[in-house]
Design a protein around this ligand. Structure first.
Ligand code: FES
Ligand code: FES
Length: 195
């Protein structure tokens, strides 16, 4: 067994995990982060992407124990970490119809946020390159690329930019968030579903 002491979506989490438990399984099964989607379990699809200290990682390829001492952010926690980018991405994904089944959406949004943080005026080629490791079986990608561009424009127009830090409080994960994997009811969900 291994000991894990990490901040997950702004909440300190201490627990014991099996040595072999992946971060994805730990997040879903032990911490209830069902917005972390598991597709291939071999690092190919990007559905399980989370932020580790703000860097996108594939949580199926990490052991949970490796997150000890780190900050882990799932799509649920992105609202707390970066509300401006979250709002822009959510609006753009809905307006551009970039969500169908939603299975890829958490990973797509987390990578998109990092892309817009690093390249606020990212062009199509930059966005395609950034998202090339995230697979989508539904949309054909074009709507997703356009949504990220629209989100970048929204952030620029508002004078904000992805990456603005607003602190990570001690509230429960997902409070007040409509993209958290269970509370949205719109047909154009941006929560990525619940399974
Ligand atoms: S489930 Fe982790 S990359 Fe596919
Ligand atoms: S996999 Fe269905 S919307 Fe991307």
């Amino acid at each position: 067994m291994a000991y894990l002491d990490a901040h997950v979506n702004g909440v300190r989490s201490t627990l014991t995990v099996e040595d072999r438990t992946s971060l994805a399984d730990c997040l879903r099964d032990q911490l209830g982060c069902i917005d972390v989607h598991v597709g291939c379990e071999q690092g190919v699809c990007g559905a399980c992407t989370v932020l580790l200290d703000e860097a996108p990682v594939r949580s199926c390829l990490m052991l949970a124990a490796q997150a000890d001492g780190h900050r882990v952010t799932t799509l649920t926690g992105l609202q707390r970490l970066d509300p401006s980018a979250t709002t822009a991405l959510r609006s753009a994904f809905e307006s551009e119809h970039a969500v169908q089944c939603g299975y890829c959406t958490p990973g797509m949004m987390l990578v998109a946020r990092t892309t817009l943080r690093d390249y606020p005026a990212a062009d199509e080629a930059t966005i395609r390159d950034a998202l090339h490791g995230n697979l989508c079986r539904c949309t054909g990608y074009q709507q997703i690329i356009e949504a990220v561009q629209v989100a970048g424009s929204l952030l620029t127009a508002s004078g904000d930019s992805a990456g603005a830090h607003h602190g990570e409080g001690n509230g429960s994960a997902g409070d007040g968030v409509a993209i958290d994997g269970g509370t949205a009811s719109s047909s154009a969900r941006t929560d990525g579903g619940t399974s």
